[in-house]
Design a protein around this ligand. Structure first.
Ligand SMILES: [Zn+2]
Length: 265
């Protein structure tokens, strides 16, 4: 069975308990390279799930959320060193040209366009990055949610000429109504694994239960190993991604174990 590892982070971030410097990121990506992994994007994933395209022997997805400055420079520099490209999910509110921080904290639209030319895949991540579970409680008609999705898509279309087909849910809060809207607009929805739990429709749930994977959570504090990879059976709107700045795959040893686990399955 093919199991695709998928990592996630928010760019170079040298703060916190699990700082992600460019050097640390390089040490992890180098492991993927040494093990013979090749990066794929959501188009490759879609074609494979529809049986119309084979994947490389060892596929990996490098996902990133938020259009921060380090994507174009630190992150891209490291990935490109090994022939890799990323999938970036953009919350377009950050990319308002009149906003303080536009072009300094964030990339400019020109820099995002450069990433596209360099082979990066772009996806949608709302406008204002709301908690999707709370947003629905606040507005059960779903109008606010629709505005978030429509406006994000229209902005990416305007500046990049791209109609996004893939979506990353915000935070670790999932809601059934958000998923329904996402299913109407996109072909994939991606979640974010930082531990074994999730918020679903305002309730605390096990991540494994949300995605229908059997088995106990692991000793490292994350869901069962099987829930951490994309397979043909993974629900298209509940794809996993493993946060790098958490103990699950932060150390080179844990990262290697995660990648090697995909090859064993
Ligand atoms: Zn986000």
């Amino acid at each position: 069975m093919i199991q695709i590892p998928i990592t996630m982070c928010h760019g170079i971030n040298p703060k916190g308990d699990y700082p992600l410097t460019e050097n640390h990121f390089d040490s992890l990506v180098q492991i993927a390279h040494t093990l013979g992994f090749e990066s794929i994007d959501y188009n490759d994933l879609d074609a494979w799930r529809h049986q119309s395209q084979e994947l490389p022997d060892h596929p990996i997805m490098f996902d990133f959320d938020h259009p921060v400055k380090s994507m174009r420079h630190g992150i891209h520099d490291v990935l490109s060193r090994y022939g890799y490209a990323g999938n970036l999910f953009i919350n377009t509110g950050l990319m308002d040209e009149d906003r303080e921080g536009y072009g300094t904290e964030t990339m400019t639209w020109e820099e995002v366009g450069e990433l596209v030319e360099l082979g990066w895949h772009m996806g949608a991540h709302t406008v204002t990055h709301p908690n999707l579970s709370e947003l629905f409680a606040e507005d059960p008609t779903g109008e606010k949610l629709s505005w978030e999705l429509e406006t994000c898509d229209a902005t990416l279309q305007k500046y990049l000429g791209i109609q996004p087909r893939d979506f990353a849910f915000t935070g670790t809060s999932w809601s059934s109504i958000a998923e329904k809207h996402v299913m109407e607009r996109y072909r994939f929805g991606r979640l974010w694994i930082v531990g074994a739990e999730y918020q679903a429709d305002g309730e605390k749930v096990r991540y494994a239960d949300l995605v229908g994977v059997a088995g106990e959570d692991e000793a490292d504090g994350g869901p069962p190993m099987a829930a951490r990879y994309i397979t043909r059976e993974t629900p298209a709107y509940r794809l996993p991604s493993m946060e790098i700045q958490r103990p699950l795959i932060y150390s080179p040893e844990a990262f290697r174990t995660y990648l090697e686990g995909s090859m064993a399955g």
